[in-house]
Ligand binder design. Structure first.
Ligand SMILES: [Zn+2]
Length: 257
């Protein structure tokens, strides 16, 4: 697969695997959609899962995901023997783990997929941060969960955000924009008011400043991902397309021994 999205600084981390799936991959010279249906065809989803995992050099055929609900609950994956299907029933919008060889993922199409890695404690989290989850501070909750469960210090964390809808395309009306204006003293960095009382919100940047307020160093937060709406030929965008597929953002620790 050629068009995965990677975050440079995470790619350089030893014993660490990550990546975001594109909307298409090329098989035998033919362009094929990937994860084009979130809930529809289970078999197709499973086949795509194997393609994606193989493209990252991962031999296991499954990954851990949760039922995402635009909330702020963090699932702690403590036991690798728990069935994937059981984890999949849990409602949450982030997963953290210390277990090597256990791929954890979030599904997105405009919402921000965030990977948080602690290279000191060698623990990881993935976060699904949409408008509502961001409003409810899912990223802060995940940082706190990493501290509580594993003793992670925010200053050691590396945060990378994948393809998401950005300030160029994400238009909101005033009631939806107000919580973000109230949320942070830095609001002018991520929200733009235009004529007609419309607002443009940059979701990755909101999360960048939230991460900073949670104690993560600005230099360790990477938000250079593409806009899913501008680059809709490469990434799924719910805003632009309505019913569509999902991008899968994966992180996996490898054993350091
Ligand atoms: Zn855009």
């Amino acid at each position: 697969m050629t068009a995965l999205f990677f975050i440079d600084v995470l790619k350089k981390q030893p014993s660490f695997v990550h990546g975001t799936s594109p909307r298409c991959h090329v098989k035998n010279g033919v362009r094929k959609p990937l994860f084009c249906s979130d809930k529809g065809d289970e078999k197709l989803f499973f086949e795509d899962q194997i393609v994606f995992l193989h493209s990252l050099g991962i031999v296991t055929k499954v990954f851990f995901r949760v039922t995402q609900v635009h909330g702020n609950h963090v699932y702690v994956l403590k036991d690798s023997s728990i069935p994937v299907s059981e984890v999949g029933l849990c409602e949450a919008d982030a997963i953290i783990t210390h277990i090597p060889d256990c791929p954890i993922v979030v599904l997105t199409a405009d919402c921000v997929p965030i990977i948080i890695y602690d290279p000191i404690k060698h623990v990881v989290g993935v976060v699904h941060a949409g408008r509502l989850g961001t409003q409810k501070r899912i990223l802060t909750n995940t940082v706190e969960a990493l501290s509580r469960e594993y003793g992670s210090k925010p200053k050691n964390l590396i945060v990378g955000m994948g393809p998401a809808i950005r300030g160029c395309c994400y238009e909101l009306d005033e009631p939806c924009a107000l919580p973000f204006i109230k949320k942070s003293p830095f609001f002018s960095e991520f929200i733009n008011k235009t004529g007609g009382n419309k607002f443009f919100l940059d979701l990755p940047k909101v999360n960048r400043f939230e991460g900073y307020e949670a104690g993560i160093l600005m230099k360790n937060i990477y938000t250079d991902g593409p806009c899913t709406s501008c680059e809709n030929d490469r990434w799924y965008s719910y805003r632009r397309e309505g019913k569509t597929g999902r991008l899968i953002t994966l992180a996996m620790l490898q054993s350091r021994e």
